[in-house]
Ligand binder design. Sequence first.
Ligand code: C2E
Ligand code: MG
Ligand code: MG
Length: 551
Amino acid sequence: MRLSDRKNKKIIFIILAILSIVTTVLCYFNSAHFGASGVLKIFGINLHVQTLNGILQALQFAFLIVIIIVDYKKGLKFGHLLLAFQFLGSLVPMITSGVYSSLPGTINCIIVAIVLVIAHRQFRESEKAEKTDRVTGLFNRYSFEDSVRNDIKAWTDGFVAYIHIDGFLNVNATLGRTYGDQVLQIVAKRITDVVGSKATVFKIEGAEYALIVKNIDDCEAFVQTIIDSIEEKIILYRNDNPINVYVSAHVGIADCKYGELNGTILMKYADIALNHALRSKDNKICVFDEEIHATADKQLKLESLIKEALDNNYFYLVYQPQFVIQDHSLRGFETLIRMKLPDGTMISPGDFIEVAEQSDLIVAIDEYVIRKAMEEYRDVVIAAGKSFIISVNVSAKEIGSAGFAEKIIELVEEYDFPASCLEIEITEYSISRSIIHTEKNINILRENGIHVALDDFGTGYTSLSQLLKLPVDLLKIDKSLVDNIKDSELNQDFVKAIIYMGHLMGCDVIAEGIEDEIQLEIMNELKCDFVQGFVWGKPDKFEKSLTYCDI
Ligand code: C2E
Ligand code: MG
Ligand code: MG
């Protein structure tokens, strides 16, 4: 039984109210009618009114303590009211009749009132500590979420904003956390100084602040003044020597009119706007609008569909063969995910992978794919004498996060899958996200015999110098470079240069999206090692893919 349940709380309040009425009445009658020697007969037992009153009062205080613990705000209010009644109920008859038999009750009331005041202060202090960020002294994320969720119904205008501080992690990494904390405090002060009484400022995550603003017409101009002040030079001192630090800020804003009176949605929209701002090259401020609204709505629906698909098995895998270009022998298969809804609708990975990457759903998808592919192919690759490769795509988020390689190695061991038959495909985009973890993960994977391929190569995220540092086994030339290779000499030269560079780096090179014999012939001439494309094989279900295996 949970005392904090609404129904149970109500029962406790009712019991408390009845006890209070009875004790107050008894107090009054005790003094006014029975005097010190009043006796009542209850179930054949003679009880002094005073004794009965004492028992009831003790019970009442016990219930009062319970109700304060489960709901201290209401409990305290109720407690004060009760005590006031009881106090009067015991004091008035004493004054009017001159009989002091209810004096212990009056003193009890005074003592409990003092205890309530102390409890009130304690609860207020701990509630404040719970809602405060220790570093900056601002209200924290819980307080922000509570405020938005509880107050939104009363808002007619206003907006919430997330402020992301860029460059803070650099301060932490180069100067240490003490200096990082100082930066957070200085930024907090600058924001509060600029907003004054026009907004409430919160410190939410690591280097993120939030605002609740009301009655401001031009929210973008208002936020711009905050960004300007954050981006001014920060001077820290190490051994009395000044160190200049610069941070910048991106802001996502959501007007409360988009919240549909739901705080959780409004915060999500502000978050989406912040993500837009972070990804934008030109704008540091993004205001959630109809266009983003439509995209976000689609995204939210797709997210819940992905969750449903994971729970109900709407996903399955298809495998596309890869061949050695010179002799058409099988190199292996690329694993590609498919989503099929119960009504038969197919949703392309091009649509849902990006959405999954923006939430954490991609982690579950990637794990599903790796498990399923190993489960389906384990016996086949072993029977073939471990001679071909099963390649799986992983998201940039995964390969760029600490511990990813170890997770893959654990899975390989769990399935007893030959490590040398597994290939992890990463995209150029992952390198631009987190080069340090990506590099580390690649090294660990390769040390354990797992191949690493660089997918969508040539789509433009990676600088050449970064690329040369990456110890991958295979470069996958993107279909977009292959598409007009027949007509463009420049494209041919470009692809030739990539193949040459790949070989210099000690990698093999595969061309993706080869659809006809002419493209195939050109790739062969350019000394590309492998080929993957509709010309020699489309993605197909596991059973069909076995026809390429000759087993
Ligand atoms: P990708 O990894 O570059 O996969 C190659 C895409 O090109 C596949 O599309 C494949 O069907 C298509 N393709 C291959 N050869 C040809 C061809 O000759 N002509 C044409 N027109 N297309 C060809 P698909 O399966 O729709 O996948 C699209 C993208 O979605 C993939 O690009 C990959 O980035 C992502 N993806 C697919 N499956 C997974 C997965 O299991 N996990 C993750 N994280 N991403 C996946
Ligand atoms: Mg791929
Ligand atoms: Mg690709």
